[in-house]
Design a protein around this ligand. Structure first.
Ligand code: NDP
Length: 323
Protein backbone atom coordinates (compact mmCIF):
# COMPACT_ATOMS: atom_id res chain seq x y z
CA UNK A 1 0.00 0.00 0.00
CA UNK A 2 1.03 3.54 -0.58
CA UNK A 3 0.36 6.13 2.16
CA UNK A 4 -0.19 9.76 1.28
CA UNK A 5 -0.30 12.87 3.44
CA UNK A 6 -3.78 14.18 4.04
CA UNK A 7 -3.17 17.49 2.34
CA UNK A 8 -0.71 19.60 4.31
CA UNK A 9 -1.47 17.78 7.57
CA UNK A 10 0.97 15.26 8.98
CA UNK A 11 -1.58 12.44 8.90
CA UNK A 12 -0.87 9.62 6.44
CA UNK A 13 -3.83 7.83 4.90
CA UNK A 14 -3.76 4.81 2.63
CA UNK A 15 -4.07 5.82 -1.03
CA UNK A 16 -7.02 3.41 -1.20
CA UNK A 17 -9.55 3.47 1.60
CA UNK A 18 -12.87 1.75 2.27
CA UNK A 19 -16.28 3.36 2.86
CA UNK A 20 -19.69 2.20 4.04
CA UNK A 21 -22.27 4.23 2.05
CA UNK A 22 -25.22 2.10 0.79
CA UNK A 23 -23.56 -1.17 1.72
CA UNK A 24 -23.49 -1.24 5.55
CA UNK A 25 -26.82 -2.40 6.92
CA UNK A 26 -28.42 -2.69 3.43
CA UNK A 27 -26.04 -5.32 2.06
CA UNK A 28 -23.47 -5.99 4.77
CA UNK A 29 -24.21 -7.08 8.32
CA UNK A 30 -21.49 -6.86 10.97
CA UNK A 31 -19.93 -10.18 9.93
CA UNK A 32 -19.64 -9.27 6.24
CA UNK A 33 -18.54 -5.72 7.07
CA UNK A 34 -15.81 -7.20 9.27
CA UNK A 35 -14.71 -9.50 6.41
CA UNK A 36 -14.56 -6.59 3.96
CA UNK A 37 -12.60 -4.47 6.42
CA UNK A 38 -10.21 -7.33 7.11
CA UNK A 39 -9.63 -7.77 3.36
CA UNK A 40 -9.00 -4.03 3.02
CA UNK A 41 -6.65 -4.07 6.01
CA UNK A 42 -4.76 -7.06 4.53
CA UNK A 43 -4.08 -4.82 1.52
CA UNK A 44 -2.81 -2.06 3.84
CA UNK A 45 -5.92 0.14 4.13
CA UNK A 46 -5.81 2.31 7.26
CA UNK A 47 -8.76 4.64 6.57
CA UNK A 48 -12.43 3.68 6.87
CA UNK A 49 -15.05 6.24 5.85
CA UNK A 50 -18.50 6.65 7.37
CA UNK A 51 -21.22 9.24 8.04
CA UNK A 52 -23.95 9.86 10.56
CA UNK A 53 -26.60 9.68 7.84
CA UNK A 54 -25.52 6.32 6.35
CA UNK A 55 -28.31 3.84 7.15
CA UNK A 56 -29.57 6.41 9.67
CA UNK A 57 -26.71 5.75 12.08
CA UNK A 58 -26.65 1.96 11.67
CA UNK A 59 -23.55 2.17 9.47
CA UNK A 60 -21.55 3.67 12.35
CA UNK A 61 -22.91 1.07 14.77
CA UNK A 62 -21.89 -1.77 12.43
CA UNK A 63 -18.43 -0.33 11.77
CA UNK A 64 -17.87 0.18 15.51
CA UNK A 65 -18.90 -3.43 16.25
CA UNK A 66 -16.69 -4.74 13.43
CA UNK A 67 -13.72 -2.75 14.75
CA UNK A 68 -14.21 -4.21 18.22
CA UNK A 69 -14.36 -7.74 16.80
CA UNK A 70 -11.27 -7.11 14.67
CA UNK A 71 -9.45 -5.86 17.76
CA UNK A 72 -7.08 -3.54 15.93
CA UNK A 73 -5.09 -1.10 18.05
CA UNK A 74 -6.72 2.33 17.91
CA UNK A 75 -3.52 4.04 16.76
CA UNK A 76 -3.38 1.91 13.60
CA UNK A 77 -6.59 3.01 11.90
CA UNK A 78 -8.36 6.20 10.90
CA UNK A 79 -12.15 6.49 10.88
CA UNK A 80 -14.34 9.32 9.75
CA UNK A 81 -17.84 10.60 10.08
CA UNK A 82 -19.78 13.40 8.40
CA UNK A 83 -22.50 15.70 9.62
CA UNK A 84 -25.23 17.76 7.97
CA UNK A 85 -28.46 15.87 7.32
CA UNK A 86 -28.99 14.81 10.93
CA UNK A 87 -31.09 12.01 12.37
CA UNK A 88 -34.08 13.94 13.69
CA UNK A 89 -36.83 16.16 12.34
CA UNK A 90 -36.00 18.92 14.79
CA UNK A 91 -35.51 22.26 12.99
CA UNK A 92 -32.12 22.50 14.69
CA UNK A 93 -31.23 18.90 13.95
CA UNK A 94 -31.44 18.46 10.19
CA UNK A 95 -29.89 20.00 7.08
CA UNK A 96 -27.73 22.24 9.21
CA UNK A 97 -24.19 22.95 10.33
CA UNK A 98 -25.22 25.08 13.29
CA UNK A 99 -23.32 24.84 16.56
CA UNK A 100 -26.10 23.13 18.49
CA UNK A 101 -26.46 20.34 15.94
CA UNK A 102 -22.72 19.75 15.42
CA UNK A 103 -21.86 19.56 19.14
CA UNK A 104 -24.64 17.01 19.64
CA UNK A 105 -23.95 15.07 16.43
CA UNK A 106 -20.34 14.28 17.36
CA UNK A 107 -21.48 12.75 20.67
CA UNK A 108 -24.05 10.59 18.85
CA UNK A 109 -21.41 9.32 16.44
CA UNK A 110 -18.91 8.54 19.21
CA UNK A 111 -21.59 6.57 21.02
CA UNK A 112 -22.60 4.55 17.95
CA UNK A 113 -18.97 3.81 17.05
CA UNK A 114 -18.09 3.10 20.67
CA UNK A 115 -14.94 5.21 20.27
CA UNK A 116 -13.35 7.99 22.34
CA UNK A 117 -12.52 10.07 19.28
CA UNK A 118 -13.08 10.15 15.52
CA UNK A 119 -10.06 10.91 13.37
CA UNK A 120 -11.69 12.86 10.56
CA UNK A 121 -14.97 14.74 10.67
CA UNK A 122 -16.55 16.39 7.65
CA UNK A 123 -19.27 18.97 7.08
CA UNK A 124 -21.18 16.71 4.68
CA UNK A 125 -22.62 19.58 2.60
CA UNK A 126 -22.49 23.39 2.87
CA UNK A 127 -25.26 25.06 4.89
CA UNK A 128 -26.37 28.39 3.43
CA UNK A 129 -28.42 29.09 6.58
CA UNK A 130 -25.57 29.08 9.10
CA UNK A 131 -22.76 31.64 9.07
CA UNK A 132 -19.61 29.80 8.09
CA UNK A 133 -17.88 31.39 11.09
CA UNK A 134 -20.26 29.56 13.45
CA UNK A 135 -19.50 26.24 11.74
CA UNK A 136 -15.73 26.80 11.80
CA UNK A 137 -15.83 27.59 15.55
CA UNK A 138 -17.97 24.49 16.25
CA UNK A 139 -15.59 22.20 14.32
CA UNK A 140 -12.65 23.80 16.13
CA UNK A 141 -14.31 23.26 19.51
CA UNK A 142 -15.03 19.59 18.72
CA UNK A 143 -11.33 19.09 18.01
CA UNK A 144 -10.27 21.12 21.07
CA UNK A 145 -12.45 18.92 23.25
CA UNK A 146 -10.54 15.87 21.98
CA UNK A 147 -13.53 14.36 20.19
CA UNK A 148 -11.99 14.54 16.69
CA UNK A 149 -8.52 15.14 15.25
CA UNK A 150 -9.01 16.86 11.88
CA UNK A 151 -11.94 18.44 10.10
CA UNK A 152 -12.91 19.06 6.51
CA UNK A 153 -15.75 19.51 4.08
CA UNK A 154 -17.63 17.49 1.50
CA UNK A 155 -18.94 18.94 -1.76
CA UNK A 156 -18.28 22.54 -0.76
CA UNK A 157 -17.43 25.04 -3.49
CA UNK A 158 -13.86 26.35 -3.72
CA UNK A 159 -15.07 29.73 -2.45
CA UNK A 160 -16.79 28.17 0.56
CA UNK A 161 -13.69 26.17 1.47
CA UNK A 162 -11.46 29.22 1.14
CA UNK A 163 -13.82 31.32 3.27
CA UNK A 164 -13.80 28.71 6.06
CA UNK A 165 -10.02 28.39 5.88
CA UNK A 166 -9.51 32.15 6.08
CA UNK A 167 -11.77 32.50 9.13
CA UNK A 168 -9.78 29.75 10.85
CA UNK A 169 -6.51 31.40 9.88
CA UNK A 170 -7.67 34.81 11.17
CA UNK A 171 -8.77 33.44 14.56
CA UNK A 172 -6.02 30.81 14.95
CA UNK A 173 -8.54 27.96 14.86
CA UNK A 174 -8.15 24.44 13.51
CA UNK A 175 -8.38 24.77 9.74
CA UNK A 176 -10.25 22.50 7.35
CA UNK A 177 -7.56 20.19 5.96
CA UNK A 178 -9.49 18.00 3.53
CA UNK A 179 -12.45 18.00 1.18
CA UNK A 180 -14.44 14.94 0.07
CA UNK A 181 -15.69 15.38 -3.52
CA UNK A 182 -16.92 12.88 -6.06
CA UNK A 183 -14.14 11.99 -8.50
CA UNK A 184 -14.14 9.42 -11.27
CA UNK A 185 -13.70 9.20 -15.05
CA UNK A 186 -17.12 10.85 -15.48
CA UNK A 187 -16.96 13.52 -12.76
CA UNK A 188 -13.74 15.54 -12.92
CA UNK A 189 -14.39 19.27 -13.01
CA UNK A 190 -14.34 20.13 -9.31
CA UNK A 191 -11.17 18.23 -8.52
CA UNK A 192 -9.27 19.17 -11.68
CA UNK A 193 -10.48 22.74 -12.25
CA UNK A 194 -12.50 24.32 -9.46
CA UNK A 195 -10.19 23.34 -6.58
CA UNK A 196 -6.96 23.76 -8.57
CA UNK A 197 -5.64 26.75 -6.62
CA UNK A 198 -6.59 25.34 -3.20
CA UNK A 199 -3.97 22.57 -3.30
CA UNK A 200 -1.09 25.08 -3.39
CA UNK A 201 -2.72 27.97 -1.54
CA UNK A 202 -4.29 26.07 1.37
CA UNK A 203 -2.61 22.67 1.16
CA UNK A 204 -6.04 21.08 0.70
CA UNK A 205 -6.13 17.28 0.73
CA UNK A 206 -8.81 15.17 -0.96
CA UNK A 207 -10.51 11.94 0.01
CA UNK A 208 -12.57 11.21 -3.10
CA UNK A 209 -15.81 9.23 -3.44
CA UNK A 210 -17.49 6.87 -5.91
CA UNK A 211 -14.45 5.92 -8.00
CA UNK A 212 -16.69 3.51 -9.95
CA UNK A 213 -19.64 5.95 -10.24
CA UNK A 214 -21.66 3.63 -7.96
CA UNK A 215 -20.47 0.53 -9.86
CA UNK A 216 -21.16 1.77 -13.40
CA UNK A 217 -17.43 1.78 -14.16
CA UNK A 218 -17.18 -1.92 -13.25
CA UNK A 219 -18.99 -2.54 -16.56
CA UNK A 220 -21.87 -4.44 -14.97
CA UNK A 221 -24.58 -2.07 -16.24
CA UNK A 222 -23.83 -2.15 -19.98
CA UNK A 223 -26.76 -4.54 -20.63
CA UNK A 224 -29.15 -3.15 -18.01
CA UNK A 225 -29.35 -3.56 -14.26
CA UNK A 226 -28.17 -7.02 -13.10
CA UNK A 227 -29.65 -8.88 -10.10
CA UNK A 228 -27.77 -8.39 -6.83
CA UNK A 229 -26.32 -5.02 -7.83
CA UNK A 230 -26.71 -1.60 -6.18
CA UNK A 231 -29.12 -0.74 -9.00
CA UNK A 232 -31.70 -3.18 -7.59
CA UNK A 233 -31.70 -1.98 -3.99
CA UNK A 234 -34.88 -0.70 -2.37
CA UNK A 235 -34.60 2.97 -1.49
CA UNK A 236 -32.01 3.60 -4.20
CA UNK A 237 -34.38 3.68 -7.18
CA UNK A 238 -33.14 7.22 -7.90
CA UNK A 239 -29.78 5.73 -8.88
CA UNK A 240 -31.24 3.50 -11.60
CA UNK A 241 -31.49 6.20 -14.25
CA UNK A 242 -27.85 7.18 -13.67
CA UNK A 243 -26.70 3.57 -13.84
CA UNK A 244 -28.56 3.08 -17.15
CA UNK A 245 -27.15 6.32 -18.57
CA UNK A 246 -26.38 5.52 -22.20
CA UNK A 247 -23.53 7.96 -22.91
CA UNK A 248 -21.79 6.57 -19.83
CA UNK A 249 -22.41 2.92 -20.66
CA UNK A 250 -21.26 3.59 -24.24
CA UNK A 251 -18.02 4.97 -22.76
CA UNK A 252 -17.69 1.86 -20.59
CA UNK A 253 -17.92 -0.32 -23.72
CA UNK A 254 -14.99 1.65 -25.17
CA UNK A 255 -13.01 1.26 -21.95
CA UNK A 256 -13.33 -2.55 -21.87
CA UNK A 257 -10.68 -3.27 -24.55
CA UNK A 258 -8.34 -0.81 -22.84
CA UNK A 259 -8.62 -2.78 -19.60
CA UNK A 260 -7.84 -5.94 -21.54
CA UNK A 261 -4.82 -4.22 -23.04
CA UNK A 262 -3.56 -3.30 -19.56
CA UNK A 263 -4.37 -6.79 -18.29
CA UNK A 264 -6.73 -5.76 -15.49
CA UNK A 265 -10.43 -5.51 -14.73
CA UNK A 266 -12.40 -2.41 -15.64
CA UNK A 267 -12.90 -1.62 -11.94
CA UNK A 268 -9.16 -1.76 -11.35
CA UNK A 269 -8.53 0.48 -14.33
CA UNK A 270 -11.07 3.09 -13.18
CA UNK A 271 -9.72 3.13 -9.61
CA UNK A 272 -6.12 3.28 -10.87
CA UNK A 273 -7.08 6.33 -12.97
CA UNK A 274 -8.18 8.12 -9.75
CA UNK A 275 -4.98 7.12 -7.95
CA UNK A 276 -2.76 8.72 -10.54
CA UNK A 277 -3.95 12.21 -9.46
CA UNK A 278 -1.44 13.30 -6.81
CA UNK A 279 -3.86 15.85 -5.30
CA UNK A 280 -5.94 12.89 -4.14
CA UNK A 281 -4.84 11.76 -0.68
CA UNK A 282 -7.13 8.74 -0.65
CA UNK A 283 -9.57 7.15 -3.11
CA UNK A 284 -12.49 5.85 -1.03
CA UNK A 285 -13.63 2.57 -2.53
CA UNK A 286 -16.92 0.77 -1.84
CA UNK A 287 -17.79 -2.92 -2.03
CA UNK A 288 -20.73 -5.18 -1.28
CA UNK A 289 -18.56 -8.29 -0.80
CA UNK A 290 -15.00 -9.18 0.22
CA UNK A 291 -14.06 -10.45 -3.28
CA UNK A 292 -14.69 -6.95 -4.68
CA UNK A 293 -12.37 -5.49 -2.02
CA UNK A 294 -9.62 -7.91 -3.01
CA UNK A 295 -10.07 -7.08 -6.70
CA UNK A 296 -10.23 -3.33 -6.18
CA UNK A 297 -7.14 -3.15 -3.98
CA UNK A 298 -5.08 -4.53 -6.86
CA UNK A 299 -5.67 -1.20 -8.62
CA UNK A 300 -2.54 -0.11 -6.76
CA UNK A 301 -0.50 -2.46 -8.92
CA UNK A 302 -2.27 -1.23 -12.06
CA UNK A 303 -1.70 2.50 -11.45
CA UNK A 304 2.02 2.51 -12.44
CA UNK A 305 1.04 0.88 -15.78
CA UNK A 306 -1.10 3.87 -16.80
CA UNK A 307 1.17 5.75 -19.19
CA UNK A 308 0.26 9.34 -20.17
CA UNK A 309 -0.70 8.02 -23.61
CA UNK A 310 -3.05 5.45 -22.07
CA UNK A 311 -4.58 8.04 -19.73
CA UNK A 312 -5.33 10.19 -22.81
CA UNK A 313 -7.06 7.25 -24.45
CA UNK A 314 -9.08 6.49 -21.32
CA UNK A 315 -10.24 10.07 -21.06
CA UNK A 316 -10.98 10.26 -24.79
CA UNK A 317 -13.20 7.16 -24.45
CA UNK A 318 -15.24 9.03 -21.82
CA UNK A 319 -15.64 12.25 -23.78
CA UNK A 320 -19.31 13.10 -24.09
CA UNK A 321 -20.08 11.40 -20.76
CA UNK A 322 -18.09 13.70 -18.45
CA UNK A 323 -19.36 16.51 -16.26
P1 NDP B 1 -18.03 3.07 -6.03
O1 NDP B 1 -18.41 4.08 -7.05
O2 NDP B 1 -16.71 2.43 -6.18
O3 NDP B 1 -19.20 1.98 -5.98
C1 NDP B 1 -19.08 0.88 -5.12
C2 NDP B 1 -20.06 -0.20 -5.54
O4 NDP B 1 -19.74 -0.68 -6.86
C3 NDP B 1 -19.99 -1.40 -4.63
O5 NDP B 1 -20.76 -1.25 -3.47
C4 NDP B 1 -20.47 -2.50 -5.54
O6 NDP B 1 -21.90 -2.42 -5.62
C5 NDP B 1 -19.86 -2.10 -6.88
N1 NDP B 1 -18.51 -2.65 -7.04
C6 NDP B 1 -17.39 -2.32 -6.34
N2 NDP B 1 -16.34 -3.03 -6.77
C7 NDP B 1 -16.78 -3.82 -7.76
C8 NDP B 1 -16.14 -4.75 -8.58
N3 NDP B 1 -14.83 -5.02 -8.48
N4 NDP B 1 -16.90 -5.39 -9.52
C9 NDP B 1 -18.21 -5.12 -9.65
N5 NDP B 1 -18.88 -4.25 -8.88
C10 NDP B 1 -18.16 -3.58 -7.94
O7 NDP B 1 -18.02 3.73 -4.58
P2 NDP B 1 -19.23 4.21 -3.63
O8 NDP B 1 -20.27 4.91 -4.41
O9 NDP B 1 -19.62 3.07 -2.77
O10 NDP B 1 -18.46 5.29 -2.77
C11 NDP B 1 -17.32 4.89 -1.99
C12 NDP B 1 -17.36 5.57 -0.65
O11 NDP B 1 -17.28 6.99 -0.82
C13 NDP B 1 -18.66 5.37 0.17
O12 NDP B 1 -18.69 4.15 0.84
C14 NDP B 1 -18.58 6.54 1.11
O13 NDP B 1 -17.69 6.23 2.16
C15 NDP B 1 -17.99 7.64 0.23
N6 NDP B 1 -19.06 8.49 -0.34
C16 NDP B 1 -19.10 9.79 0.10
C17 NDP B 1 -20.07 10.65 -0.36
C18 NDP B 1 -20.09 12.06 0.12
O14 NDP B 1 -21.05 12.78 -0.14
N7 NDP B 1 -19.08 12.51 0.83
C19 NDP B 1 -21.11 10.22 -1.33
C20 NDP B 1 -20.95 8.84 -1.75
C21 NDP B 1 -19.95 8.03 -1.26
P3 NDP B 1 -22.84 -3.70 -5.89
O15 NDP B 1 -22.04 -4.95 -5.75
O16 NDP B 1 -23.93 -3.58 -4.89
O17 NDP B 1 -23.37 -3.49 -7.29
Amino acid sequence: MEYRRLGRSGLKVSALSFGSWVTYSNQLDTKLARECMAAARDAGVNFFDNAETYAAGASETIMGAALRELGWAREHYVVSSKFFWGLSDDPNGKNTLNRKYLLGAIDGSLKRFGLDYIDLIYCHRPDPNTPVEETVWAMHDIINRGKALYWGTSEWSADEIRAAWEIAERHHLHKPVMEQPQYNLFVRKRVEQEYRRLYEDLGLGLTTWSPLASGLLSGKYVDGIPAGSRGTLKGYEWLQERLRDEPRNAAVRKLLPLAQEVGCSLSQLAIAWCLRNRNVSSVITGASRPAQVVENMKALEVAPRLTPELVDRLQAACEGAVN
